[in-house]
Design a protein around this ligand. Structure first.
Ligand code: 7GP
Length: 808
C-alpha cells in the first residue's frame, strides 16, 4: 500500500484519540504500540476482505495447513514490512520523536510452538501469502504459549507465558463462526430394517470452538490470508451440564475442564490425564477446522465429489492425523456419502509431512483412550484398518508380517503415522537425506507399497523476517550492490557472487557483522553481566536442547580448549565467544543437566584469569523467535552438529547461512544441500557418514569406552566432568559421564570428537585470513536464496496441493 507520512501521522493521532482519548505526546510506549498495531490492522483489513472475495470469485483451490503449532514471532514489524510501509512509518515516527524499533519491542512474542515444526509453519504462512497462494493456517489459540525460561543457579526454571494478558491486536474473534465439537459418549452402528447400518453417537459432551482469525500479510502483493486459531469455551450454561447438576461450583469446574483444551501448548504427557488432553486438543482444532471448511465449500454450490479440486488439507506431522477419520465422518455421517466415495475424496484431499525419525516422537494412542474420548472416530479408524488389511487378501506377494507391521491398529495402539500414510495421497520428508531415510529405513515397507506417494520438500525460511527485518543493514547493502529484486526473487541473491572478491563489499560485510556482534555483546552484558569482545569469533548454537543435536559435543570442545589453556603453555587460540540458547522440555532431565553443565562451564571459564579472556561461554535464557532475530545476524560460526541421520532438516542452519555465518556441520539434514549449494570450500564439514552411523545402529560394534581409554584428550575432558575440576556439577557431570561411557554414547559424541576438533581448528585457520573468511561469508549469503520458503511453498503448491498462484 502507499501512504504519505502526513496521512500516517493523522491516522496515528486519530487512532490514539479513539483508543485512549489522549494525544500521542501523553501516551506511554505500550499505548503507542497498541495504537500503531490497531492502525496497521485497519490498513490490513480492506485487502483481507478483498482477498477472500477474490478467492471466492475465481473459485480458487484453497490450502489449509493444519498444525498444532504456529511459532509466528512478533508481527508489527513484519506486517509493516509486508505492507510496504515500514520505511514511511519509521520516518514519520522519527519526525515525531518516536523510535519504531522501541515500539516494536513492546509486542509479546506469542510462543505458540516448540521449535522447528512450529516455526516452519509460520515461515510457510508468510511465504504462501507472499507468493499469492491461497493458503491458510488452522491451529489452536493457546492461552499459554511455550514456557518462559529462566536460568537460576545454572538451572532451567519454567514460568508460564501469559502472552494474552494484554490485548492481542492482530486477532479478530469471530463468535458467529463458532462450531461444536463432540467428545466422549458411546458410538455404534445400528442395523436398520433395510439392512443398512446407521452410525449412532450418544451421550457426548459438546464443546464450543470459537475462532480467532489473524491476517497473514503477503509481501507487497495485496494478498491477506488467514490463520484461524480455535479457542475452547462452554456453549452456554444450560448446555452439556455436568453429571453433578448445575450448581455454581459444578458449572465452574465444568467450564474449567472445557477451557483447559486450549489452555496450554503441549500438556504434561507424563500421566494419563495429560495425554488425554493432548488427544483432545488434536481432535478439537481438526474437527472445528474441517467443519468450517466443509461449510464454506458447500456455499460454492458444487457437488461434494469435487471437494478435493477446491480444497487441499496439509497435515503437519501426525498431530492433526485425526483429520482423516474426521473428514470421513463428516462426509458419511453428516453428508450421507458412501464409504468408497468419502475415502476417495479424503485421500485426494489430505497430504502429510513427516518431521522427524526420532522414534519417541512417533505418535500412537491406546485404543481404549480413543474409544473413551472419540468413540465414533475409533470406529472409522477400525474400518480403515480393516479395509487396509483386506486390500491385500488377494495378493499372494505381500507377507502377512508386513501387513501387521504397517497396519494402523496393532498391539493395542492406533498408529498415527500409519493412518496418515494410508489416508493421504502424499508423504514428504523435509530434506533430501531425511526423505531418503524415510524411504529406505523408517517407512521402507510403506515406500514399497506406495512409492508414488513419497516425495521430498526441503524446508525453507522466509527471507523477509530473517534477512530484511533481522538484518536491515545487510539488506540495504544488498540493495545497493545488486538491486532489490532479491526481495521478491530470493534466488537473485546469486547476483552477489561476483562481489566476493570486491574489497569494498567485503569491508562492508565485515563492518555490518561487527555492528551486529556489538549489539549482541551489549545485550549479553545487560542480561548475563558477561563482558564479551565483539572482535572475538562469535560461535553460536541455538536450537532446542536435545541429545541428538549434541550441544554436549560443543561444550566438550570448549572444555578441551579450557584444559589446554590452563595446562599446556604451547597452546594458543583465537579468542572465541561461544553462545548457546536452548530450551529443554520440562520433563527431559538429561537435557536439563546439559544446560546446567554449560552454565557451570561458563561460570568457571569466564572467571578464570588463566584463560585471559580467550574463551567466553554465554547461555542466553529464553531462546525464541525474537531472540533469534538478534542472535543470528551476529553469528560468524553456525554450529549444526547433530548426529548424522538424526536432524530431519534444520532451519536455523539456513538462517545463519543467509546472514553470512560459516556453517560447521555434519552431513545431516539440509546441511547436505547447503554444501551442494555453497560448495565445499565455503562450509566446514566433519563427522561420521550416514553409512557409518547406520551400520553402527544396525550391527553394533561401537565401543565408547575404548575411545575413552585410547584418546588422552577424551580422557582428560571426561575425567574433568567427574573429578571436581568443573565446579558445581557433581550430579550432572557424573550423569553425563555415564551416558557417554556406561551407556555407550548413543549419539556418537566421542566418536566424532576427533573430527570435530580438527574441523574447529580448520575454521580457526580460515578466520585468520579475513579475505578468505569474508569471501566465504559472501558465498554463503549469495547461495542461500534456494532456501527461501518462497521456493519451498511453490514446490508444495505445484507438487502436492495442485494450487495456482494468484497474479498480483
Ligand atoms: C523439527 C525437526 O527436528 C527439524 O530438523 C526440522 O527442520 C523441523 O522439524 C521442521 O521440519 N521437528 C520438530 O520440531 C518436531 O517437533 C516432532 O518434530 C514431531
Amino acid at each position: 500500500m502507499i501512504i504519505s507520512k502526513a496521512q500516517f501521522k493523522k491516522d496515528f493521532q486519530k487512532k490514539m484519540l479513539s483508543l485512549y482519548s489522549q494525544e500521542i505526546e501523553d501516551s506511554s510506549s505500550s499505548e503507542k504500540y497498541f495504537a500503531l498495531g490497531y492502525l496497521v490492522k485497519d490498513y490490513i483489513s480492506e485487502n483481507w476482505a478483498k482477498t477472500a472475495r477474490k478467492y471466492e470469485k475465481y473459485g480458487e483451490k484453497q490450502v489449509y495447513y493444519f498444525s498444532i503449532e504456529f511459532l509466528l514471532g512478533r508481527l508489527l514489524g513484519s506486517n509493516l514490512l509486508n505492507l510496504g510501509i515500514r520505511d514511511t512509518v519509521k520516518e514519520a515516527l522519527t519526525e515525531m520523536g518516536i523510535d519504531l524499533t522501541d515500539i516494536e519491542r513492546i509486542e509479546v512474542d506469542p510462543g505458540l510452538g516448540n521449535g522447528g515444526l512450529g516455526r516452519l509453519a509460520a515461515c510457510f504462512m508468510d511465504s504462501m501469502a507472499s507468493s499469492g497462494i491461497p493458503g491458510h493456517g488452522n491451529g489452536i489459540r493457546y492461552k499459554y504459549g511455550l514456557f518462559q525460561q529462566k536460568i537460576v543457579g545454572g538451572y532451567q526454571i519454567e514460568l508460564p507465558e501469559n502472552w494474552l494478558r494484554d490485548a492481542n491486536v492482530w486477532e479478530v474473534r469471530k463468535p458467529d463462526h463458532a462450531v461444536k465439537v463432540r467428545f466422549y459418549g458411546d458410538a455404534w452402528m445400528r442395523p436398520e430394517e433395510d439392512g443398512e447400518l446407521t452410525p449412532v453417537h450418544t451421550g457426548y459432551q459438546e464443546v464450543l470452538a470459537v475462532p480467532y482469525d489473524t491476517p497473514l500479510v503477503g509481501y507487497e502483493n495485496k494478498t491477506i490470508n488467514t490463520l484461524r486459531l480455535w479457542s475452547a469455551e462452554i456453549d452456554s450454561v444450560d448446555a452439556g451440564i455436568p453429571a453433578g447438576g448445575s450448581s455454581f461450583r459444578n458449572v465452574l469446574s465444568y467450564k474449567r475442564e472445557i477451557e483447559s483444551i486450549s489452555e496450554v501448548l503441549y500438556p504434561d504427557d507424563s500421566n494419563y490425564e495429560g495425554r488425554l488432553l493432548r488427544l483432545k486438543q488434536e481432535y478439537f482444532f481438526v474437527s472445528a477446522g474441517l467443519q468450517t471448511i466443509l461449510k464454506q465449500f458447500k456455499e460454492l454450490g458444487k457437488p461434494l465429489s469435487e471437494f478435493s479440486e477446491k480444497v487441499a488439507i496439509h497435515i503437519n506431522d501426525t498431530h492433526p492425523a485425526v483429520a482423516i477419520p474426521e473428514l470421513m465422518r463428516l462426509l458419511m455421517d453428516v453428508e450421507g456419502l458412501q464409504w468408497e466415495e468419502a475415502w476417495r475424496i479424503t485421500q485426494a484431499t489430505m497430504s502429510y509431512t513427516n518431521h522427524t525419525i526420532m522414534s519417541e516422537a512417533l505418535e500412537k494412542w491406546p485404543i481404549d483412550m480413543m474409544k473413551q474420548l472419540l468413540p465414533r472416530i475409533l470406529l472409522i479408524i477400525q474400518e480403515i484398518d480393516r479395509r487396509y488389511r483386506d486390500s491385500f487378501a488377494l495378493s499372494a506377494e505381500i507377507n502377512p508380517a508386513v501387513i501387521e507391521r504397517t497396519a494402523i491398529i496393532s498391539d493395542g495402539y492406533v498408529k498415527m503415522a500409519h493412518l496418515c500414510i494410508i489416508g493421504s495421497h502424499s508423504i514428504n520428508g523435509v530434506a533430501k537425506l531425511h526423505t531418503e531415510l524415510l524411504k529406505k529405513q523408517e517407512l521402507k515397507e510403506f515406500y514399497q507399497l506406495y512409492p508414488y506417494k513419497f516425495n521430498n520438500k526441503t524446508n525453507g525460511i522466509t527471507h523477509r523476517r530473517w534477512l530484511m527485518l533481522a538484518n536491515p543493514e545487510l539488506a540495504a547493502l544488498l540493495d545497493k550492490t545488486i538491486g532489490d529484486s532479491w526481495r521478491r526473487n530470493p534466488q537473485d541473491l546469486k547476483l552477489l557472487k561476483r562481489y566476493k572478491r570486491d574489497d569494498q563489499v567485503q569491508a562492508e560485510i565485515q563492518r555490518i557483522k561487527l555492528a551486529n556482534k556489538t549489539r549482541l555483546a551489549e545485550y549479553i552484558k545487560t542480561k548475563n553481566g558477561i563482558t564479551v569482545d565483539p572482535n572475538s569469533i562469535f560461535d553460536i548454537q541455538v536450537k532446542r536442547l536435545h541429545a541428538y543435536k549434541r550441544q554436549l559435543l560443543n561444550a566438550l570442545h570448549i572444555l578441551y580448549q579450557y584444559i589446554e589453556l590452563v595446562t599446556n603453555p604451547e597452546f594458543d587460540m583465537l579468542p572465541r565467544t561461544y553462545i548457546f540458547g536452548a530450551k529443554a522440555a520440562p520433563g527431559y532431565y538429561y537435557a536439563k543437566e546439559i544446560i546446567k553443565f554449560i552454565n557451570a562451564l561458563g561460570e568457571q571459564v569466564n572467571n578464570d584469569p588463566r584463560v585471559k579472556d580467550k574463551i567466553k561461554v554465554v547461555f542466553l535464557e529464553n531462546y525464541g523467535v525474537t531472540l533469534a532475530e538478534m542472535i543470528i545476524p551476529a553469528a560468524e560460526v553456525s554450529e549444526q552438529i547433530s548426529t548424522t541421520t538424526k536432524e530431519a532438516s534444520g532451519t536455523s542452519n539456513m538462517k545463519f547461512m543467509m546472514n553470512g555465518a560459516i556453517t560447521l556441520a555434519t552431513l545431516d539434514g539440509a546441511n547436505v544441500e547447503m554444501l551442494e549449494e555453497v560448495g565445499a570450500p565455503n562450509i566446514v564439514i566433519f563427522g561420521m557418514s550416514e553409512q557409518e552411523v547406520l551400520n553402527y545402529y544396525r550391527n553394533g560394534g561401537y565401543n565408547s569406552r575404548e575411545l575413552y581409554n585410547s584418546d588422552p584428550r577424551i580422557k582428560a575432558v571426561l575425567d574433568s566432568l567427574i573429578n571436581g575440576f568443573i565446579k558445581d556439577i557433581a550430579i550432572e557431570g557424573n550423569d553425563i559421564f555415564r551416558s557417554l561411557i556406561d551407556y555407550n554414547d548413543e549419539f556418537f559424541v566421542l566418536k566424532d570428537f576427533d573430527s570435530y576438533l580438527a574441523a574447529q581448528k580448520r575454521l580457526e585457520d580460515l578466520y585468520k585470513d579475513r579475505f578468505t573468511w569474508n569471501k566465504m561469508a559472501i558465498e554463503n549469503i549469495s547461495s542461500s536464496g534456494v532456501f527461501s520458503a518462497d521456493v519451498t511453498v511453490k514446490q508444495y503448491a505445484s507438487g502436492i496441493w495442485d494450487t495456482r498462484m494468484i497474479e498480483r
